[in-house]
Design a protein. Structure first.
Length: 399
């Protein structure tokens, strides 16, 4: 019995130590299909999505999804703590539970000994130091000292781990929020190009793509090291890190297939970095070729109707796509490099992908602002300008 307890304690503690090292400390993608964190996420995420699917309200369903990331982090930390307590409790039990209880509780029976061992392990792990159970062997005293050090290290690890996660989350969300003004909400490639269809817009677009090249690299570095961040949802509706990443890939694909010049060169650099981040994150969740092929067959992001609308929008910014057969074929080839992985990752994380062309909204702040700017440039009367400004303020209040 004591031998089995010793083996069980070694398994529990070594599993937690290895998993915590790979999850928190190791600055690269953790390997192994039987990691504790991976199994925990796999076991909890599927039931969570099933429960969320019962809700008919899209907003309520998204709120349920948004709770999973922070809650799973807390539950994972709790699981580590419980396994450590169990592991050290098995160590004490393997030593024969060499403790004297000052309250006079009998520890002669096997179950009673195990309860006492777990109690000592729990109070030692959280450094309570009550002193009501006293060890009377050198081995037990040594283990108590070791477990106290592990408990302090566990608390320090949690204190250092949480700020790193939320700093990465905050940096990610700032760029996503800024993209709202550039590409709409949810972001789309057509809207991003349309809003940069002004004099000097190409230079601004190049700067934006360079910024998102770096953002993709940061996502690759942070979310590979801390995959649990992928479950964290954005704070605003119609926004997510996945939709932002895919919209940038869509934009880069259009520029590569249609344009020549500096913008196309920067689009190639951004596309390579963004696709690298997307593919590697799909590998983190073990989304294999079978899921990718199924996603590619079952879903089509750019239908013929959407393609015609895309051509119309690109025509407004003088980008020729429909009239150039080679450009359309290049776009189709480029899409196949990333869309199947994006669709598979979207299905897994329950994060909708953006459309290629935005849906026209009745109350669009950008269109109202553009109208105000056009009226100002046309030298409209102050009364008309004030009327449009008032309409914009009413729409902003409704939004």
């Amino acid at each position: 019995m004591h031998v089995f307890a010793l083996i069980g304690g070694c398994i529990c503690c070594s599993t937690v130590f290895l998993d915590a090292f790979q999850t928190i400390i190791l600055p690269r993608r953790a390997t192994g299909r039987f990691r504790l964190t991976r199994m925990f996420l796999a076991v909890t995420w599927r039931p969570w999505t099933t429960v969320a699917a019962w809700s008919r309200s899209i907003k309520r369903r998204d709120n349920i999804y948004s709770v999973y990331g922070p809650l799973s982090l807390l539950l994972l930390l709790l699981l580590w703590a419980l396994l450590l307590i169990l592991g050290f409790g098995l160590f004490y039990f393997a030593l024969g539970t060499p403790f004297t209880d000052v309250m006079g509780v009998q520890t002669s029976a096997g179950l009673s000994k195990f309860r006492t061992a777990l109690y000592v392990s729990g109070t030692t792990m959280f450094t309570l130091g009550l002193g009501d159970v006293v060890p009377h062997s050198m081995g037990a005293r040594t283990l108590i000292i070791c477990e106290s050090g592990v408990g302090l290290g566990f608390v320090a690890l949690v204190i250092g781990y949480l700020p790193v996660l939320y700093q990465s989350f905050s940096r990610r969300e700032v760029s996503i929020a800024l993209l709202d003004a550039r590409a709409g909400s949810p972001p789309t490639a057509a809207e991003l190009l349309r809003r940069h269809g002004f004099e000097g817009g190409e230079d601004a677009l190049i700067d934006l793509l360079a910024e998102w090249e770096r953002w993709s690299a940061e996502i690759l570095e942070s979310h590979i090291s801390y995959p649990i961040l992928c479950y964290y949802r954005s704070q605003h509706d119609n926004q997510s890190w996945l939709s932002a990443l895919v919209s940038i890939l869509d934009t880069s694909a259009l520029l590569i297939s249609v344009l020549e010049g500096p913008a196309s060169r920067q689009a190639q650099l951004t596309f390579v970095m963004a696709r690298h981040a997307l593919i590697d994150l799909a590998h983190v969740f073990h989304i294999g070729e079978q899921e990718v092929r199924a996603a590619h067959v079952n879903q089509e992001r750019l239908s013929e109707e959407d393609f015609d609308r895309l051509c119309h929008v690109l025509g407004e910014v003088r980008l020729r796509l429909c009239g150039d057969r080679a450009s359309a074929e290049r776009l189709h080839t480029i899409r196949a490099l990333y869309e199947p992985h994006a669709i598979a990752l979207s299905d897994y994380l329950r994060m909708p992908l953006p459309a290629w062309v935005p849906v026209v909204k009745e109350k669009d702040q950008w269109r109202l602002l553009s109208k105000l700017r056009s009226e100002a440039e046309a030298g409209r009367s102050e009364g008309n300008l004030g009327h449009s400004a008032a309409a914009f303020m009413r729409n902003d209040h409704d939004h």
